[in-house]
Ligand binder design. Structure first.
Ligand code: FRU
Length: 480
């Protein structure tokens, strides 16, 4: 009798969860018809309707890559967080799946995924509103799935609710398995408002033990560290995170919040991370935040929110907002983490639209999407003017021989960084209906920037020199 009633309760709960999901899915289906397609991205993951921020639960399960994301279907602005869900066989072609998590008493904040006993397990932050200062509380929740599509929240949630200093800011768990334990890094802060990241471990994902502080701001590094990640790359450990509240310093830290890394070493006996580099940004564009990585075939693959807090999102009036970047492979070269598009990205190419000498004042046109590879003589300036065929979306990309900097100037809002090519001296640019991603050389310097053209893309060579160029048209690889 006891057993039967347990089964009945679990079943009831699952029914309730699936009702909530059906309701969201019905709403999405209806609302989709109202979306204005002009800025809809063709090969970047974006929400079917509504708002998207951080990538979550980037994992591989039963032959497919899974990506979840912070999602609010009911408005194109942030709201009570759900988890949206897509899957892909190759990190390029994406299929929309039903919403994975719906908020109940807790909003479903960012988190990650791990496969345990052939079950896909999500570990996420449950954010609850309380009636006492500071009026919120963050603890860690589990949700499980046998098929990678339908998830049910664990009955014993939350599974982790203690910070060593009692801080209520405790979010964005990134979980991985090493030998017999699961480890997790979680973003938090000190009681005097300095960002920090905590490390815990568990034998079963349910009982957690605090191990150490992986890193902590001395004061200049912001008041809160969000979305931490921690992984091995070429024998070093990379501590990647998104600090909130760093002051701009020259060309650095010019966005609302930053994402970057510290290189160091880590030892599973002392749980101590010893930094061997300063904090460096991993992308210098206008719209890049809250990264998450996963190991795929021995490579470290990264995905980020192609967006930023507290900036205008022009697509908002069209019924959606926010997107993911393209997937990137990381490498560690000469004390820098480099980032280049995953190899599979070439599967997007359909036809070659240009090949040869891109002359001064020459124009290459793309129908909404394109990949452009250019190479010039770096002892002379390079300048590309990119804009919509009917105006709008103007961005100028420049190589400045005086400063040795690559400059991305979006209507006067400049991001720039010194570039010392490691090997390749070309630039690889990806244009989608409302975005630009620029990879310099082997990915020593990368810029991710949203730009909103009117019409198709026109790229004009404004350099005092011809450039070697190849341009491809790229196909759609995400749902309409
Ligand atoms: C980062 C973040 C996370 C949080 C989520 C809420 O962009 O603020 O810290 O979990 O977004 O949507």
């Amino acid at each position: 009798v006891v057993f039967l009633s347990v089964v009945a309760t679990v079943h009831l709960k699952t029914l309730k969860e699936s009702d909530a999901i059906e309701e969201v899915e019905r709403y999405i289906e209806e609302k989709k018809a109202e979306i204005n397609p002009r800025y809809r991205l063709q090969y970047h993951v974006a929400p079917p309707v509504g708002w998207m921020n951080d990538p979550n639960g980037f994992s591989y399960f039963r032959g497919e890559h899974h990506l979840f994301y912070q999602f609010y279907p009911y408005d194109s602005q942030w709201g009570p967080m759900h988890w949206g869900h897509v899957s892909s066989p190759n990190l390029v072609d994406w299929k929309q799946l039903p919403t994975a998590l719906v908020p109940e008493k807790e909003m479903c904040f960012s988190g990650s995924a791990v496969v345990k006993d052939d079950t896909l397990v999500l570990l996420y932050t449950g954010r609850e509103t309380t009636d006492v200062e500071p009026f919120f509380n963050e603890t860690q929740y589990l949700a499980l799935s046998d098929d990678g599509i339908k998830f049910h929240k664990y009955e014993g949630n939350p599974v982790l609710s203690f910070t060593p200093n009692g801080s209520p800011d405790f979010r964005d768990p990134k979980v991985w398995k090493y030998e017999h334990y699961y480890y997790v890094v979680i973003g938090s802060k000190t009681l005097d408002e300095r960002g920090r990241v905590l490390l815990y471990r568990s034998p079963d994902l349910v009982k957690w033990e605090f191990l150490s502080v992986i890193g902590e701001s001395t004061g200049e590094m912001g008041y809160m560290w969000e979305c931490p990640d921690f992984f091995e790359l070429k024998g070093k450990h990379i501590f990647l995170f998104s600090p909130q509240g760093m002051e701009p310093q020259g060309d650095r830290y010019k966005n609302t919040h930053q994402t970057g890394y510290i290189i160091g070493s880590f030892n599973y006996e002392t749980y101590e991370f010893v930094p061997e580099s300063d904090f460096q940004e991993i992308d210098f564009g206008h719209d890049f935040y809250a990264t998450q990585t996963n190991e795929v075939d021995g490579k470290r693959i990264l995905i980020a929110w192609f967006g930023m807090w507290d900036v205008p999102h022009p697509e908002e009036v069209d019924g959606w907002a926010g997107a993911m970047t393209i997937f990137r492979e990381l490498d560690l070269v000469a004390n820098r983490v480099t980032m280049k598009p995953v190899d599979a990205i070439t599967e997007l190419r359909t036809e070659t639209v240009f090949e040869g000498e891109f002359l001064e004042d020459g124009v290459i046109e793309f129908e909404k999407t394109g990949e452009l590879i250019v190479k010039g003589d770096l002892s002379k300036n390079i300048e590309l003017e990119i804009k919509g065929s009917n105006g709008g979306g103007q961005v100028v990309v420049r190589w400045d021989i005086e400063t040795r900097k690559v400059v991305v100037d979006r209507e006067g809002d400049v991001r720039q960084m010194e570039w010392l090519p490691l090997k390749s001296e070309s630039w690889r640019m990806f244009l989608d209906s409302s975005s630009l991603e620029l990879f310099c050389g082997e990915g020593e310097v990368v810029f991710s920037t949203r730009v909103y053209p009117d019409g198709d893309w026109r790229v004009t060579n404004r350099s005092p020199q011809p450039l070697d160029a190849v341009a491809y048209k790229l196909r759609r690889s995400v749902p309409e």
